[in-house]
Structures are given as structure tokens and as C-alpha cells.
Design a protein around this ligand. Structure first.
Ligand SMILES: [Zn+2]
Length: 170
């Protein structure tokens, strides 16, 4: 297990939302009761229960329960389902990687033109069809120097590769 939660935070937040992430991270340290999670997060109990239900439904957390012999009440303790969390993060990263590779391919194979007002970015062929006038606002479309964009895409791909390798190198 070598998921770096700091790197994975953005992805996890997309999946479970901001509050979900807070509860998820609270469960990271092992088995906690609803009340302990309340102390850690400062959320109301009903909010926590609804978040726990969602997180459990998506398989990201699990629970143990213990019956109090005296009261017959169950106490639930929640824990992070690390394998599932890793799987979800990995899938997201892989999808992001695929879309970056497509983007990189586009940027490397096409010449782009962009509206000076910023509304549209089109490949040369399309921009030419519009006579290099933005189809949105009619302003001029100029050639885009995409060197910086390409550098950014490559940088993100490399970072993703590093993160994915770390995950696989358990
Ligand atoms: Zn425009």
C-alpha cells in the first residue's frame, strides 16, 4: 500500500465531495465510531451518518460492529477500505492519462487558431472554414503557439506516471 493521499486528494474529492473527503481522511487512522469521527471532523452526527452511508455504498469504507451485551445496542466502527480507494484513484488517474495523451496527440498534430476574445479554439481546417473569424463573436482568430500547452500536458503525464508507478510498486 503506497497511495500518497496528498496526491490523491484532488481525485478523491471529485469522487466523494469535500465533506466526504474529510470523513474519508478521518477514517484513515483506523477504526472509529460515529462519535469519534464527529470529534475529528466537527460535523453533525446526522451529516456524518449520511456521508458514511455514501462512502460505504461506494465501497471506500467498511465497518465492524459489536453488540453491547448489556444494552443489546450495536456499536459500529469504521475503517478505510484501502484497496478500493486505491482502485478508484488508479482508474481516475488512468482515465486522465488517456485524455491527456489524446490532447497531446491533437496539440502535436494540429495547428490551432484561437479567438482574440478567447471564446473558441479551433484546428486550422475549421478556422479556415470560418475564414479565421470566431463563430461565436466574429472577432479575428489567431494562430496559437501551443508549445507551453504541450509542455504542461507532458508535465502532467509525467507526474501521473510517477504516481501510478508508486501505486503499483507496493
Ligand atoms: Zn470569439
Amino acid at each position: 500500500m503506497s497511495l500518497c493521499y496528498r496526491e490523491a486528494r484532488g481525485v478523491l474529492k471529485d469522487v466523494v465531495g469535500e465533506n466526504g473527503l474529510v470523513v474519508l481522511e478521518a477514517c484513515k487512522k483506523g477504526e472509529l465510531t460515529d462519535e469519534e469521527i464527529m470529534k475529528k471532523t466537527g460535523f453533525q452526527l446526522n451529516v456524518i451518518r449520511s456521508l458514511l452511508n455514501q462512502l460505504h455504498y461506494s465501497g471506500l469504507i467498511g465497518y465492524d460492529r459489536e453488540k453491547d451485551a448489556r444494552t443489546n445496542w450495536y456499536t459500529y466502527t469504521w475503517f478505510l477500505n484501502k484497496d478500493k480507494v486505491e482502485q478508484v484513484v488508479k482508474e481516475r488517474w488512468k482515465n486522465r492519462m488517456k485524455s491527456l495523451e489524446v490532447q497531446l496527440d491533437d496539440e502535436s498534430n494540429y495547428v490551432f487558431f484561437k479567438c482574440v476574445a478567447g471564446c473558441e479554439k479551433l484546428p486550422f481546417e475549421l478556422a479556415a472554414e470560418y475564414d479565421f473569424k470566431c463563430p461565436e463573436c466574429g472577432k479575428e482568430m489567431r494562430h496559437v503557439d501551443n508549445k507551453e500547452a504541450v509542455t504542461e500536458i507532458i508535465k502532467e503525464i509525467k507526474n501521473l506516471q510517477k504516481s501510478l508507478h508508486k501505486l503499483d510498486g507496493k
